[in-house]
Design a protein around this ligand. Structure first.
Ligand code: GAL
Length: 673
């Protein structure tokens, strides 16, 4: 049994609860908290996130009394604790004693006190104090019966340009390159006379007057992710050294560019996501769906944890609209439908003061007699009914590549033919037509196992290591379909243009050579003629593409590139490659994506169901759980389920079609036939 299996057993299936900050409240309130938690069906809380100043008010002086009491109280009430190390918020005494702990930003400004995450992850002093408080917590609570999980720090993220970061960066570079010659070669330092002759000459890349060596910048991104990971690992290893059977995790963020989660995920028992889809954005549930697929995929299909979401409004944007009635429930079911095994919130009880005093909570300022709390209680009741889904996952025949290195290459290094690539948006552009057609999609890295997939979607893979090139190429050669978009395969892992013309890594795969990249001028639009007679337009990007073994699925119908291929099809080994060399208008692109997956014989289970009804399936050897979620606040829908089963939410048998009211949901258990 894995640590997470044990955790699931302990909470009886799905974890339900949120961040709990009793240190902000009088003990009399704690009693009311646990009573209401029980009423809501809460079985897990994340305790102690940011509580450093309450646990160690002065250096070496500890106050664990309050935490002892609350741990006992929670345990007596059957509530498990996901105990946080408080190291995301160093207390003021630490920064006064050692101001060098404050991160220096790229422009040379030093952080001041008053926020959180104000530490340089490379600082040996920060690490020492963090290790110390972690050790004290582990000594005291490792065998407390309430302890169910360790929550290491919170949302690792700071980037620092301190002297300690330079020292750590040099150590990281020495380990990576071994010799200065190798580093000079990788960084192309003969360009602009940047050759290093001594390791000590290398510093973190503060903002220079204008441009920065792009490979130094790229390595600094990699290094920063690793420096943060070192902090996580140090604390994880401390808690593990006391007790080995408790799962350990930290919480990640949505589309977070500064940490390579593929590298982090194997170091955790479960990956956990904090997500705040903006209720003001009508499509935010689509990008949420992508995140959920990514999180399920980060550990190769294992269930993941929804660690934080909002019960209603957040307080981080200029305008924070509420989640309308029913939307919190629907969003929670959406996470479960994509293999989350928990529904957790920031936070349990709304804070009276501080930056997030207007951030909603399971228990809002208006108390238990409120819309939100009633919805929270209702959801808690439903999650008990959904316990059977815990531990199950989903399978897919389509994989989409998501690569942090490629993201950094496109967005963190200047000097590209155009410098406004948005990797996350590009990925969503590829994902959305699949989501709208209810195709299950996994997210993969170049290191993921690719067997079992029929289609590999590769959005703007500008920077790609040789190993990545090999994996993608083999996938096609062995019979897979690769759908790749423009400006892919351009540079190697050191950000150096691959030799012999674009798309260096993929010339054979695509069956074409690109003479030049032709980014479009603002407002330029191009007419596109598909081979089957359909017409479309494109913008933003073109490529002067010369076919070799490939054939044109579409060509430019006007302009200086008239007659050249805009979409290429190539047979490669036993596989097929579709390369899209321009930014097609969305409708035409969606059709192309749909046709490409259909041609690859990907099974389409929910054909004809409108896009506003999200359909997804998780299951195990014995059962499937079909989640049908109507995101429309106005339209109802009826959806064929393809079998006889039971709706876990109502307990009613279901056969044929399921009727969904606006914002309605069904979770149908079907036995495998
Ligand atoms: C998260 C963070 C929480 C809380 C929440 C709401 O990013 O982990 O502590 O701040 O956002 O804004």
């Amino acid at each position: 049994m894995t640590r997470m299996d044990a955790f699931r057993n302990r909470v009886g299936g799905l974890a339900y609860g949120g961040d709990y900050n009793p240190e902000q409240w009088d003990p009399a309130v704690w009693r009311e908290d646990v009573r209401l938690m029980r009423e809501a069906g809460v079985n897990t809380v994340s305790l102690g996130v940011f509580a450093w100043a309450s646990l160690e008010p002065e250096p070496g002086k500890y106050e664990f009394g309050w935490m002892d009491e609350i741990m006992d109280l929670l345990h007596e009430n059957g509530i498990s604790v996901n105990l946080a190390t408080p190291t995301a918020a160093p207390p003021v005494w630490l920064t006064q004693l050692h101001p060098e702990v404050f991160p220096i930003m790229a422009d040379g400004e030093r952080f001041g006190f008053g926020n959180r995450l104000h530490y340089d992850p490379s600082s040996p002093i920060y690490r020492e104090y963090a290790a110390n408080i972690t050790t004290k917590l582990a000594e005291r609570y490792s065998f407390h019966p309430a302890l169910a999980m360790w929550h290491i720090s919170n949302e690792y993220g700071p980037t620092a340009y301190n002297e300690a970061a330079s020292v750590n960066f040099r150590r990281w570079l020495r380990r990576k390159y071994g010799s200065l010659d190798a580093l000079n070669e990788a960084w192309t330092t003969r360009f602009w006379s940047q050759v290093y002759t001594d390791w000590d000459q290398i510093e973190v890349p503060h903002i220079p007057r204008t441009w920065m060596n792009p490979t130094r910048r790229l390595d600094f991104k990699r290094f920063t992710s690793d420096a943060l990971l070192e902090c996580y690992l140090a604390e994880r290893d401390i808690v593990r050294s006391f007790r080995d059977d408790i799962p350990v995790m930290t919480n990640f963020m949505r589309f977070f560019r500064h940490a390579d989660y593929w590298k982090w995920a194997p170091e955790e028992d479960a990956v956990a996501l904090d997500i705040y889809p903006n209720p003001a954005d009508a499509d935010s549930h689509v990008s949420a769906a992508f995140q959920y697929d990514l999180f399920r995929s980060l550990k190769g299909g294992q269930p993941w944890m929804l660690m934080e979401q909002a019960a209603s409004a957040v307080s981080q944007w200029p305008l924070n609209v509420v989640k309308e009635p029913g939307r919190m429930r629907l969003g929670s079911l959406q996470a479960l439908s994509r293999a989350a095994d928990s529904v957790m919130f920031f936070q349990w009880r709304a804070s009276r003061g501080g930056q997030e005093r207007f951030h909603s909570a399971m228990l809002p300022h208006s108390g238990p007699d409120s819309r939100t709390f009633k919805e929270v209680v209702g959801l808690g009741r439903e999650l008990k009914l959904l316990a059977p889904v815990a531990g199950t996952t989903s399978r897919s025949e389509i994989a989409i590549l998501f690569d942090w290195d490629g993201w950094w290459g496109l967005e963190e290094t200047a000097g590209l033919p155009r410098n406004d690539f948005g990797y996350a948006d590009t990925v969503m552009r590829h994902y959305t037509p699949l989501w709208e057609r209810h195709y299950p999609v996994d997210v993969v890295s170049y290191g993921s196992a690719l067997d079992g997939y029929k289609v590999l979607v590769v959005p703007n893979a500008y920077l790609i290591h040789d190993e990545g090139v090999r994996r993608v190429t083999e996938f096609a050669r062995d019979g897979g379909t690769v759908l790749m978009s423009f400006f892919s395969g351009v540079v190697d892992g050191s950000n150096r243009v691959r030799p012999d013309g674009y798309p260096g890594a993929f010339r054979e795969l695509v069956g074409a050579k690109i003479d030049e990249y032709w980014p479009a001028r603002p407002h330029e639009e191009f007419a596109i003629a598909f081979a089957d007679g359909r017409r479309a337009t494109s913008t933003w990007w073109r490529e002067d593409l010369h076919l070799e073994t490939g054939t044109a699925l579409a060509t430019y119908a006007d302009g200086l590139l008239a007659g050249r291929a805009a979409v290429v099809e190539n047979r490669y080994g036993a596989g097929r490659v579709v390369y899209v060399a321009t930014l097609l208008e969305q409708a035409a692109f969606d059709t192309l994506v749909a046709e490409t997956v259909a041609a690859a014989s990907v099974r389409r289970r929910f054909e004809g169901v409108p896009a506003h009804v999200e359909c997804s399936v998780r299951g195990d050897e014995t059962h499937e759980y079909v989640f049908l979620l109507n995101h429309s606040g106005e339209l109802s829908a009826s959806v064929p389920v393809g079998g006889e089963g039971t709706d876990l939410l109502t307990g009613q048998p279901v056969a044929g079609e399921v009727e969904l009211a606006p914002l309605g949901a069904a979770v149908i258990r079907l036995a495998h036939t």
